[in-house]
Design a protein around this ligand. Structure first.
Ligand code: SAM
Length: 222
């Protein structure tokens, strides 16, 4: 993603009541950040946040945390929230590398990855958000009944993920190479900004859902 730095975005993110600083130490206590005590779903690499906020408006009983590493991107989501605040949405401006510093074991009930950066060069494979290194981080924070949902139009990244996820000990519950023509998987689909852009160019959208087999869930969530 080409990044245009927006003047004032850093300060807006820092001061916004909708953005929780990663240093605030809510690890293990994220439910206290929300009025409802429901499950916690996170989106990593949220971008401008339309997917997360549409989902949150549909599901007020679920608490949503959007994670984005760049202030200038997060700022766009913040502007939407200021226009139409949602009590069940908070944002975190941080790199997903730090997930297990910020969430306790089992604290997260679902993880969404949408149109993650493909990092096509082999030497950058560990930076892909579906690489083993990141899957191990997700395993630390995901609840036993939780799961991961991943969408992309990038066939190379999707094929890599279909191999990497089982190799990391996860189970792929479902997958499709053409989400928008898959009645079951497309039911209730919410398009992200990138999904709308790439599908309008004729690119098929791939999606998978993965979970951790019960025997492999973290034994000691901390
Ligand atoms: N999910 C949005 C969509 O589908 O429209 C945005 C997709 S954009 C290609 C990927 C986003 O992920 C960018 O905003 C990027 O800054 C963010 N991102 C990439 N790696 C990240 C990481 N390690 N931690 C947090 N955000 C990350």
């Amino acid at each position: 993603m080409r990044l245009r730095k927006i003047k004032g975005a850093d300060a807006a993110v820092l001061e916004s009541p909708f953005c929780i600083p990663p240093s605030e130490q809510l690890k293990g206590a994220w439910r206290t950040a929300f009025a409802c005590d429901g499950p916690i779903h996170i989106e990593i690499g949220m971008g401008k946040g339309r997917f997360l906020m549409t989902l949150a408006a549909r599901n007020p009983q679920i608490s949503y945390i959007g994670i984005e590493r760049y202030e200038s991107v997060l700022y766009r989501a913040l502007q939407k929230m200021e226009q139409t605040p949602l009590p069940n949405v908070r944002f975190l401006c941080m790199d997903a590398l730090l997930l297990s510093d910020v969430f306790a074991g089992g604290e997260v009930d679902r993880i969404y990855l949408n149109f993650s950066d493909p990092w096509p060069k082999d030497r950058h494979a560990a930076r892909r958000l579906t690489s083993k290194a990141f899957l191990d981080r997700y395993r630390q924070i995901l609840s036993p009944a939780g799961h991961l949902e991943f969408k992309t139009d990038n066939r190379g990244l999707f094929d890599f993920s279909l191999q990497e996820i089982p190799a990391a000990g996860w189970r792929i519950q479902a997958h499709t190479y053409d989400l928008h023509h898959d009645g079951a998987m497309n039911a209730e689909n919410i398009m992200t900004e990138y999904e709308e852009k790439f599908s309008s160019l004729g690119n098929p959208i791939c999606k998978l859902i993965a979970s951790i087999p019960v025997s492999q869930n973290a034994k000691d969530p901390s």
